[in-house]
Design a protein around this ligand. Sequence first.
Ligand SMILES: Nc1nc2c(c(=O)[nH]1)N=C([C@H](O)[C@H](O)COP(=O)(O)OP(=O)(O)OP(=O)(O)O)CN2
Ligand SMILES: [Zn+2]
Length: 139
Amino acid sequence: MYSIIVEESFDSAHFLSGYNGKCSHIHGHRWRLLVEVQTKELQDEGQCKGMVVDFTQLKKDLKKLAEDFDHCLIIEKETMREQTLNCLVEDGFRIVSIPFRPTAEKFAEFFFHSIEKKGYQVKRVSVYETPNNCAVYEG
Ligand SMILES: Nc1nc2c(c(=O)[nH]1)N=C([C@H](O)[C@H](O)COP(=O)(O)OP(=O)(O)OP(=O)(O)O)CN2
Ligand SMILES: [Zn+2]
């Protein structure tokens, strides 16, 4: 089995609703994503001969997904009052609402399935929320 790993990152703010501690407050991270894709055999012809997949293509695909979360406030749906949300939007802040709690684990799962949907055989996605904290999702 062969695998390759690419890395991408995005900067955004979030908070953990219902969390008893400092992470219940809006705060920011540079989220670091490591995506590992695998194949049993390397490609045997063409531009990608000798490769699992082209790093360049995989990085492009991952970057597109990560960009959706860059420089915004990530909010788990229904964890902020409608009125507050509307004010933030009216004042021009970029809000991204997601249907899951914005933890490193859930982001790892989200990016795993998002990359998989693009046709890659994903082995593992690791998400660093801080330089020292990492969550891993494997299919
Ligand atoms: N298993 C998880 N635990 C926590 C998550 C998570 O995604 N998965 N997330 C958080 C918070 O988002 C928090 O920002 C990170 O926690 P923490 O390590 O406390 O962050 P700091 O960088 O501020 O650490 P210090 O050592 O206190 O500076 C919490 N838990
Ligand atoms: Zn956090």
